[in-house]
Design a binder for this molecule. Sequence first.
Ligand SMILES: [Ca+2]
Length: 442
Amino acid sequence: MMSVRSIRWAVAGVALGLTLAACESTKMATGNKPDTPPGSPAPPVSSDGATGVAFRFATSGDQGFDGWRVQFAAKADAAGRNDAVIRSVLDGLEPVEQTVQAQSFDNQAEFVKPIWDYAKSAVSPPWSANGQAKMAANVTSFDAIEESYPTPREILAAIWGMESSYGSFIGVDDAPRVLASQAAMGRRKDFNEGELMAIMQLIENGSATREQFRKASYAGALGQTQFMPSTLLQHGRDFDKDGHKDLWTSSGDALASAANYLANSGWKQGQPWAVEARIPDLFDYSLGDGRKLSVAAWRGVGLLPATAPEFANSDSLQAELFLPAGSYGPAFLLFDNFSVIKKYNNADSYALAVGLLADRLAGRPDLSRSWPTNIVMLTQQQAKDLQAALNKLNYSAGAIDGIIGRGTRGALQKFQKDKGLVADGFPTVAMLDAVLLAANDA
Ligand SMILES: [Ca+2]
């Protein structure tokens, strides 16, 4: 299954625009109901909500949507949201045509393309050069943000680049409309309603205006760092101190908000996200099964930093061996900060692209090994066939969902090890054939 976070990649020319839904269900704080303006008549009493305001909206032409909207307005009212804000967010909304919205979600490609395709796009020379120019142009902001937050500027700049082409592409959808459409359809209803509540709170507390929410991704992600509304509410910063958390037009606010979010997600200052590793001949690739060992232990089995002077400043740091292309491409020791990037967006492909772009932006050497160009990736159906066959052979690949995650890779590694093959867990077509053959004989 897709995680609750979702991303969309759009590669067009040199521009790699990515919109992110850095979204997490958030328990909404239900503050005190703002006072009724002086001179207003007492609200009518009914069972609709705390103040008993009956919400009426012009019909959207969709009965199901209209019904959901009235109910949700009452819910927001009961949760203490301001009546005028509730109206401003929900009035005039029409549901997004579902085939259109479903297509947008289906087009999220991170599980279809090979993981390194994103990394290759992200670190292309024009893309990196653009990022370095943007870092130079915003050096004062980056200096100040690095004073206050643990995350280095190149990571923030890489996220900025991935999310919005360094602030140049921030989306054209109305966040309330896309979130309401999902909620009304019953898709992740609690999550989408929570995001709508967060929008109302952000408008109430002056962080942002209703108009700003009209510039969002198809998933409701906002501004230059593509925060979901609840993320903005929880982690947003008013860096330029103008009273607003403006992710749309203030790159300082956007970058400081990203820095604060990563800090709150546990970024460890001074630690790398990953370091490329050189694998010795005759290596047991099954060590790349997600286990964490100390840097000293990885050295003990023969790993060396490929281009960096050291893996990390401490041999006792724990790291995981990551083999995105199995034995056919670069290998990495991943540190805890890789998981922190994934809290922004829970896809290995995303975190890898951010990390590699950050390395380029910081002027670190390019990878010592290139990504494979001649490997045919499995289709989703083939991936399902692989999972089913591994399960039949009792290797426990997990759910048959066509997504090659760690479960499938781990199961394939066990199969490879038992057959005396290079146990890199990498699902080539030849490997699929070998597993299918074994499953047929079983
Ligand atoms: Ca501001």
